[in-house]
Design a protein around this ligand. Sequence first.
Ligand SMILES: Cc1ncc(COP(=O)(O)O)c(C=O)c1O
Length: 454
Amino acid sequence: MDFEELSFTDVPLIKVTPPGPRSKEYLDYQSSHESSLVNYPKGIPMALRRAKGATVEDVDGNIYIDFFGGAGVMAVGHSNPEVIKAIEKQLVDLTHALDFPSPSRRMLVEALLRVLPKSLSRVFFGGPTGSDAVESAMKLAKYNTGRYPMIAFQGSFHGMTAGALSLCSGLYFKEDFLPLLPEVHFVPYGYCYRCALGKKPETCDLDCARYLDYILEDPHSGVGKPAAVIVESIQGEGGSIVPPEQFIPKIREICDKHEVLLIDDEIQAGFCRTGKMFACDHTGTIPDIMTMSKPLGGVGLPISAIAYKEELNTLPRGKHIGTFRSNVLACAAGAAALDFMLKNKLAEHALKVGELMLSMLKELEKDSKIVGEARGKGLMLGVEFVKDKTTKEPAPELATKVRTLCHRRGLLIEIGGHYSNVARFLPPLVITEELARKGIEIFADSVGDLERSL
Ligand SMILES: Cc1ncc(COP(=O)(O)O)c(C=O)c1O
């Protein structure tokens, strides 16, 4: 398929500096009547009208290149026509079925089993968001091991429900709601740009991963034997962090040695995003349990799932139930989306376009005094802003300013990272090379203008 026809043409198109008058009206209404918790429009002030492929139109008629992709949901692109067709067909047949079997549910399970590692042979649909999948994975691990503690990584993000939130390392999300689950411990991730152990990649023997071995070994580590270790094979919200190649296999090896289950959270990195169907496929590492969501609903219909090994299939009937599990519309959408991904070799496309974008960003890293590191894999990219490249002092305010400059020029990006200083790119995977290049040029111009104004 020619991906070009999936997006609006002649983009970006800025008719009025955003937020335009109509967007402002929507934003004012929202802030007067909705909760103070509303988040994304505070960073990117706009109201959305429609979206196509890797492009988004606001209510003022501005059209943007979308490097945000609905926080990584839009793998097959906004309003993907094949997915929409599947939803329309399902819409007239059946829209709610609890966990009763149905043709679309069966199609999605079959589609998942085709792409998952063979040993992850059981699928469970949790509630509609990624957090629910994390809750299910944790319960499954605890039930099967009879153990309570959990180990997660610094820089992790696993969701906002109480259990999932306990596994997040970001204090901002947690500090006002303590206590959460006890016995959750955090260990360093393979974040070489800011190594927790002060090592350099050239002289380090995966010491961060070995630290996990050390705390599981040492009776005085203060950490009880956990039910599971939960990891993102490539970290998302932590700042698009790709760990050293042997990091995830080493974590697998350590989990096996200590008979601890390994949960791989693929909610953001999964479904072709990083250039493979799942991020763990880059190293051939197979977890015991995998969590999935975001692109699983095709064009943003909410659904989440876990896949796990046969021997863990012990939870008795109805011990973890809910009303909205595997919504049938989302199942139809998900099956069509998986079909689209395979038919159109979306993983290969993501890898190729991602390489082009990263090479342009690496040039920017070389030239710029405020870009500490450009990194990522496939179409999960990040640019870390610093005040000084030697001290690496984080510069969250620069990341925020760049996001605003990009928005005004017709490019949508998000911010994440340990210090909220990483510009994050998660474009729909159907983005063309031309749009990807244009987007990076807008980003680079914005960084350049900001740098000159400092
Ligand atoms: C890796 C990862 N896990 C879990 C979640 C939580 O998913 P949700 O926001 O749908 O609850 C996210 C969301 O960004 C995520 O990136």
